[in-house]
Design a protein around this ligand. Structure first.
Ligand SMILES: [Zn+2]
Length: 227
């Protein structure tokens, strides 16, 4: 049976990834947690409608051009608008900063700043639960910037790209100077973070337990693995 990859993406130093050889154990874990997550996501979608409409109206005002009224009608600062958005609206805004399309359902919810779990992905191919619905989950805390959320989305997109049945692992490990027996918990985070470095907004973050590739190495990886 092929390995099953389900990433749990955390702050640097606490990254871990679940690799299971049995579907039953994974299904049990997700069944308890996933139900709660999905219910929460439905709630925030509704709650975000007002904030999203407010943002659209504000952006419309911003694009009115030189003739637009000023002074008392000046738009709020960008920080104020961002602060007023719920988690789903923040993802919907931040994904525009990612230079690769996100074709996957992307469910975003709040997390406490002290909660290290920043997201999870359920990569293709489709299979038994929890992989019957390939999607991304991103957990946002109030203090995260739009760029930081975009980086998190790009990271999860990287996980979706390596899929649950990667056939390039030996080549990736060699290209990254990683041992051939590097656990999937390590190399998948390395791969996802490389993807985020290439296609997310500029960031100093490197959320993988591996050395960050330099600019030249990144360019070579892009040509070889992401073209
Ligand atoms: Zn990850």
């Amino acid at each position: 049976m092929p390995a099953i990859y389900s990433s749990e993406c955390q702050d640097p130093g606490t990254v871990r990834l679940r690799q299971s050889s049995t579907r039953s154990s994974t299904r049990t874990t997700f069944g308890e947690d996933g139900t709660v997550r999905r219910l929460a996501a439905v709630g925030v979608v509704a709650a975000n409608v007002v904030a999203a409409v407010a943002l659209v109206l504000w952006l419309g005002h911003r694009s009115a051009g030189p003739g637009a009224p000023t002074g008392a009608l000046a738009p709020p600062s960008a920080a104020t608008v961002w602060d007023g958005l719920g988690p789903q609206a923040r993802c919907d805004s931040a994904v525009a900063l990612v230079t690769q399309p996100d074709p996957w359902p992307t469910i975003c919810r709040w997390r406490e700043a002290t909660d290290a779990l920043q997201g999870q992905s359920f990569p293709p191919p489709k299979g038994a639960a929890p992989y019957d619905d390939p999607h991304i989950e991103v957990y946002i805390h109030q203090g995260q910037s739009r760029y930081d959320v975009a980086h998190a989305i790009a990271h999860e997109l990287g996980h979706m790209r390596h899929t649950r049945e990667p056939d390039f692992v030996p080549a990736w490990l060699a290209a990254r100077n990683l041992s051939p027996d590097t656990p999937s918990a390590i190399w998948t985070e390395d791969y996802a973070e490389t993807f985020a470095a290439l296609f997310g907004p500029p960031s100093d973050q490197w959320r993988a337990p591996t050395p960050r590739p330099g600019a030249e190495a990144l360019a070579a990886l892009r040509t070889r693995f992401f073209s």
